[in-house]
Design a protein. Structure first.
Length: 135
């Protein structure tokens, strides 16, 4: 178990306590719905199909769509959310998104590392008002 006093300054003490990389760029009109048109005050405490669809669009914008100008070291998949099997689901009071990391398909990594699973949480300061936490 990690001891808090052994962690470097700014390092999270456990998985899922700090947000994943996010970026604030719109999806080009020819690639789908622009999540910026969705309200950032989504009710993430209850399920609704409208919320699920808005979150799906936000996941696509943040994790699958490269901005016009990429920052050095940023990587974006060269496959679509449909090819990756992206799902957004509400379970036990939490919103989750999961997809296959197709770039790892031929690797010898365990199945759990070839899958992405993130928890979505409201965060007013984050792009699109949503932060992602790896599960």
């Amino acid at each position: 178990m990690l001891r808090r006093d052994r962690l470097r300054k700014g390092q999270a003490s456990r998985r899922g306590t700090s947000p994943m990389r996010s970026c604030d760029h719109p999806i080009p009109a020819d690639q789908g719905t622009n999540p910026l048109s969705h309200p950032t005050d989504l009710d993430l405490e209850t399920y609704s199909e409208a919320t699920r669809r808005a979150l799906y669009d936000i996941v696509v914008a943040v994790h699958f769509t490269a901005p016009a100008e990429r920052a050095p070291g940023d990587c974006y998949p060269d496959y679509t959310p449909d090819q990756a099997g992206l799902i957004v689901d509400f379970s036990r009071g939490r919103w989750l998104a999961g997809w296959r990391r197709l770039e790892e398909a031929a690797s010898d990594l365990p199945e759990s590392r070839r899958q992405a699973l993130v928890r979505l949480q409201a965060h007013p300061g984050a792009p699109f008002g949503v932060a992602f936490y790896e599960v």
